[in-house]
Write a protein that binds this ligand. Structure first.
Ligand code: ZN
Length: 208
């Protein structure tokens, strides 16, 4: 099977993301699991492909959220996946939630979507065998298993195609498992993605 190679990540258009897609993360946030996908947007220009994370000066509480991300091709199908950090200014998010305001400030700031390199779905193997892990300063902080997703990636794709102007070169973030936490200048993040015992991807980021 031939796959269209993902373009330079600078060309990413929309970043569709889903909140509360793992029950353990919803529990740690003390929120209910949604009955239909809770979709929000991050700006396509918030994507970063380097290994540096620059924290916004105006937030004192930027959290890591490690997630599996899918590339959407011109046929509006998934062809590649990688790991992404859905960086979240938790203080701005709490304020927005309290006031009933949108999450844009919390979710879509400059540099808020670091991405790893793309792996074809063929190489990645079955969804249910995918597991991922984030270490902060050598300590494991997040462990995820794709089979624990409340809404599977294909269901999320159908949902966003039904409701939004999805286009080729968009990406979809599929939600984070429990263990989110704050980042500080000097932190080292290391993320891995596995299919069963097979390591698919390793990424690292330095927090500036
Ligand atoms: Zn997230």
């Amino acid at each position: 099977m031939n796959y269209e190679q993902p373009m330079n990540s600078k060309l990413i258009r929309n970043v569709w993301a889903v909140g509360r897609n793992y029950a353990d993360h919803a529990a740690e946030m003390k929120v209910e699991v949604p009955k239909s996908p809770m979709i929000f947007l991050k700006a396509g220009t918030s994507v970063e492909t380097g290994s540096k994370i620059k924290l916004p000066t105006w937030s004192k509480d930027v959290h890591h959220e490690l997630e599996i991300a899918y590339w959407i091709d011109d046929k509006l199908e998934f062809t590649y996946l990688t790991l992404a950090l859905d960086l979240t200014a938790r203080d701005a998010q709490a304020e927005a939630k309290a006031k009933g305001q949108p999450w844009t400030m919390a979710k879509s700031f400059t540099g808020s979507c670091p991405l790893g390199s793309w792996i074809s779905l063929q190489d990645a193997g079955p969804l249910d065998e995918l597991t991922f892990e984030l270490k902060k300063n050598q300590q494991v902080v997040q462990i995820g298993s794709a089979k624990e997703m409340i809404f599977k990636p294909e269901i999320l794709l159908q949902f966003i195609k039904k409701h939004f102007p999805v286009s080729g070169s968009d990406i979809l973030l599929t939600g984070t498992p429990a263990g989110v936490g704050p980042l500080q200048s000097g932190d080292l993040l290391q993320a891995t993605l596995q299919s069963g015992n097979r390591k698919l991807l390793a990424c690292h980021w330095d927090v500036e």
